[in-house]
Design a protein around this ligand. Structure first.
Ligand SMILES: Cc1cc2nc3c(=O)[nH]c(=O)nc-3n(C[C@H](O)[C@H](O)[C@H](O)COP(=O)(O)O)c2cc1C
Length: 191
């Protein structure tokens, strides 16, 4: 069983999404010693923008295979400028591959990457919960849910810490609640 751990947060030791994704991975590995950990740090080892020639073969194939072969994927990301970090978009550009993770059939698009568990650790500076004034600007959770559903992953788990830019007290409370949730979600996925 393979566990793919991806991080896209650029804030190093201060990155909340990295702390949360690490907590998820730690709990998964503790509950499931049979898991083999595969690490992809999109900041330490960035993938370039998608260019002509990147669409098939080579690195794109290897990145897609790493994702397709994973049984569990843990993805840590921040909300940057109302969407996902550019590093993460470059990774998504390598895994949405017709014939591998989706195909167009007579009934429309069909996801081919179902059957794996995906847990997203998402950190946001503001508040974007449904009904909040800024909710329409949230294009990370909504985008990732859309992309994952498109390739057949319709039941991703999201562990979200938000309001992190609203002062240290709010940040500490939000991160601590998310770390607790991370432990619970990972325990349930591992069971
Ligand atoms: C480049 C950059 C852009 C950001 N843009 C937004 C934004 O559009 N909305 C928001 O609520 N927070 C924004 N933030 C705050 C981050 O969402 C917050 O710092 C969060 O913790 C990021 O995840 P990380 O800690 O894993 O990096 C931004 C932060 C950075 C570094």
């Amino acid at each position: 069983m393979k566990l793919l751990h991806i991080d896209a947060g650029i804030q190093g030791d201060r990155s909340a999404s990295r702390a949360i994704s690490a907590a998820i991975v730690e709990r998964l590995l503790s509950d499931r010693p049979d898991l083999t950990l595969i690490r992809r740090d999109l900041v330490a080892d960035p993938i370039g923008h998608l260019l002509p020639g990147d669409l098939a073969g080579g690195e794109a194939d290897a990145i897609a295979s790493e994702f397709v072969d994973a049984d569990i994927v843990v993805l840590g990301t921040g909300l940057y400028n109302f969407t996902i970090p550019t590093q993460l978009k470059a990774w998504i550009d390598r895994i949405l591959i017709p014939g591998r993770t989706f195909r167009y059939g007579e009934g429309g698009p069909e996801g081919l990457a179902g059957g794996k568990r995906v847990i997203v650790a998402l950190a946001r500076g503001g508040i974007y919960t449904p009904g909040s004034p800024a909710a329409p600007l949230e294009h990370a959770e909504t985008y990732l849910r859309g992309v994952l559903a498109f390739i057949g992953i319709t039941d991703p788990e999201f562990v979200i810490a938000e309001g992190l830019a609203l002062g240290e007290e709010v940040r500490d409370a939000a991160v601590s609640a998310a770390l607790q949730q991370a432990n619970d979600v990972a325990g349930a996925v591992a069971a």
